[in-house]
Design a protein around this ligand. Sequence first.
Ligand code: F58
Length: 808
Amino acid sequence: MDVRNGMGLRPLGTSAAEFEQDLLSNLYYRRGTTVESASTQDAYETLALTVRDRLAERRVRTAAAHYAANPRWVYYLSAEYLLGKQLEQNMLYSGTDRIARIAMKQLGLDPDEVEGLDVEPGLGNGGLGRLAACLLDAMATLDIPAVGYGIRYDLGIFKQTFKNGAQVEKPDDWSYQGNPWEFPAPDDRQTVFFYGHTERDANGKTCWIPGEVVLGEPSHMLVPGHGTDTVNIVRLWRARGSESSFDLSRFSAGQYAEAVDEAVHAENISKVLYPDDSTESGRELRLKQQYFLVSCSLRDIIRRFRLRNTDWSEFPKKTVIQLNDTHPTLAIPELMRLLVDEEGLNWDLAWTIVRQTFAYTCHTLLPEALETWSVPMFERLLPRHLEIIYTINEHFLAEVREAFPGDVDRVRRMSLIQEEPDRRVRMANLAVVGTQAVNGVAELHSELLASTTLRDFAELWPAKFHNVTNGISPRRFIKIANPTLSSLISEGLGGDEWINDLDRLAGLEALADDESFRSRWRAVKQANKVRLGLGDPESLTDVMIKRFHEYKRQQLKLLHIITMYHRIKANPGQAYVPRTVLFAGKAAPAYHAAKHVIRLINAVAAVIDADPAVSPYLKVVFPPNYNVTLGSLIIPAADLSEQISMAGKEASGTGNMKLALNGALTIGTLDGANIEIRDKVGADNFFLFGLDTPAATALKNNGYRARDHYDRDPELRHALDSILDGKFLGIGREVGESLLNWDEYLTLADYRSYVDAQDQVDAAWQDTDQWTRKSILNTARSGFFSADRTVRDYAAGIWHVNPVKVGR
Ligand code: F58
């Protein structure tokens, strides 16, 4: 039944004229103005609302269908979501992109100008946050009942600017104009407790007497599926002071700061994404954020469960909670607390329910990235949760002792509490112990998790460990980001079904040998380079776009650039393949080594630019503030995708998939999902270099000396010397010294192999037809990397959920 009609509402029209009427009406009733006096911001907000209304109607039907089905739900808990801009996506999904533009023009509005005001909510750092957004998109597209839970940070990831080539961070007040995509739901607000102490009553029941009360106010954004009526939601929590947090008597006494102190303190919880954790108070704030997210979300999940169910033993049948890394792991002791302390279930039943409910995705291999919290801080903030963790640990370690009698060292390693050098709670251990499934995000990563990082656990529970290779939204990263290529593909395949069935791209293989298709393919790439507007569109566009981290080895790319520079300087008369090398990415504000690399890149770019002998062949560009929006412009323009991490360090990578899907060829190591990309696209269409994981591990274990490579390789020595001698505006000595004296990530060991592979890139580029063929084959064979496939893998292997179709 059409819910609108059932409610006596007028159906929303699908013609441009009706859309125009709705625009006018929203402008009048929602913004209180008319088209004559509307500002561009008025026009933008109105457009957003008019598009949103179409999705809201689907949302109502989705909620009704889900309620009727009482299905098993996926609840995705993530401290981060990099959703990207919403307008273009929502116009596409609601089928209003064409009529909206016509209607705006009819009203004398400039669609590009109006749409230009859409803002990207930067509620994440990088790959992990974007993955969460891609998975939500795919779940909705596959009609899986799902809710994403997160935090509505006031300030998202910092805005990156450069001052004298150095990264400077500015706050990102992304919603200062409001956010038209958000539905506030103050009725569903939750109360969250912190600090205090625990007490036992006469019956031995434990009770937590909290010391601070904070409110969590939710709002949600719509997560529409593509080509279906399903509209799921992502619910984001914002912290508010409780009613008593404002001290009226102090205010009246003129103590204004003191009067709002408590409220400000509470609201700081959702103030910024990833507060600096170099101080004790910063670390406590992060732990507070994590508990805030978990506490609000679990209460909401239980509220939803109770709408249709009463029996707690049904809970895991109706609920699967996916933990996106360890940040929401406190959900495990929190659900224990709710079940045992508040619902009165016995421990064993509660533990069975908890374990069946949760699943955990790990996104790292770096041991230093596995979260731990100091026990004293944890105890102060969450006294009851620490007790629960101790009890879980007791039971768990008994199981370990039984499975591995006498293995004291193993017990020490697996304990949820690290004892030396200081006492800390190990969140990854807790996440493994409290869940029914643990997965890595690419084949190699999942293997390495089981054989190294989480080996003890995989030996105890081998069946718990899974792989689910990451994927990306084809809607976001090709259909929307690359409209011209999408049209060409649809033409080539005779339809656009491939957007929701990415394996169909295989049909392009036959066209790789078609001369006219190849030339159109090239023309699209060319036009995308013009659209990007950085560097000569004729040149090989070589891109490295990702967070700055030493293991990702932007330094290696830089050494190659310097080597090219030296070669051109030494032989100015020769013909070189012109390249535009594009870097984009942010470094964590306190990550000094990564910031030195950024500064050096900008210095090298300036030196090359100023050198007329080199600049015709080589240009380095570094647009600031990499985000989903900028990525969507760069990716379609790329010829070469740099995936050059030290083998065994990059969990998966997802930029690698986006670039291959858009026809870039990869130069990469055997790391993360690069391996699967190479397997799919074919070794001939991929430039492989460097040590593999066993070789890299062996080299490190046998006493790696970076200096040996420097001594042996004159080109490398020249490159490194030029940095050390300050040839690039005197910048970057720290980078050079760190590589020469330490080189944690084996950059110098892979230098020669990398430079040789880049020479092969140059040679391949000169055969234009062959290059284009390879480019088409990269796209044709990237179907596997659709997030739809990823979600199907989760659904079949971990979640055991079924789609629910939304009726008309
Ligand atoms: C990334 N992790 C992995 N973490 O590095 C990447 O290989 C993988 O493809 C991606 O997850 C998706 O699985 C990542 O982005 C973070 O951003 C952390 C967030 C919390 C603070 C520390 C960084």
